[in-house]
Ligand binder design. Structure first.
Ligand code: AMP
Length: 138
């Protein structure tokens, strides 16, 4: 697998504005922010999508993400925000290395805009789906 741009940031080949680092996690400012404070939080493990990530990296990210959110709130003064993680090009993933966006939502028209084409849950379909998902989760 060729190194992604985030792999190059991790190895120091490409510069970034680092905001956090520990053994498993790295965080830096997004180069094209949707709003001031837009931060990317990535595992050091070079997994392409979230489903490919080890439990160890996942746990480390889970521990750190709320802390980074608190720092972004404290520094920007913006209390509302979105955490976004895209998987696959059809789901808007441009960089093939797991990354969580922390995106402050200062006001309407800034930050993340979301399309949410919801439809009511079909109860029969839901019963089958939940059964299959429970089985898949072992
Ligand atoms: P995604 O569409 O979820 O894959 O998001 C990729 C994000 O990476 C975008 O928000 C880009 O602005 C950001 N990005 C790409 N290259 C860099 C870079 N060199 N430094 C910081 N952020 C970057």
């Amino acid at each position: 697998m060729s190194e992604t741009i985030f792999g190059k940031i991790l190895s120091g080949v490409i510069p970034c504005h680092k905001v956090y680092e520990d053994e498993h996690v790295f965080a830096f400012l997004d180069i094209n922010p949707l709003s001031t404070g837009h931060t990317l939080v990535i595992p050091k493990e070079p997994a392409k999508t979230l489903d490919a990530l080890s439990d160890e990296s996942a746990a480390a990210l889970g521990r750190v993400l709320p802390r980074i959110c608190r720092a972004v709130i404290a520094v920007t003064g913006v209390r509302e925000y979105n955490v976004l993680e895209n998987n696959g090009p059809g789901a808007h993933q441009a960089v093939d290395h797991v990354h969580f966006h922390v995106i402050p939502k200062p006001r309407h028209g800034e930050g993340l805009g979301i399309g949410w084409p919801a439809r009511p849950l079909d109860q029969q379909e839901a019963t089958h789906l939940a059964t299959k998902l429970r089985a898949a989760l072992g």
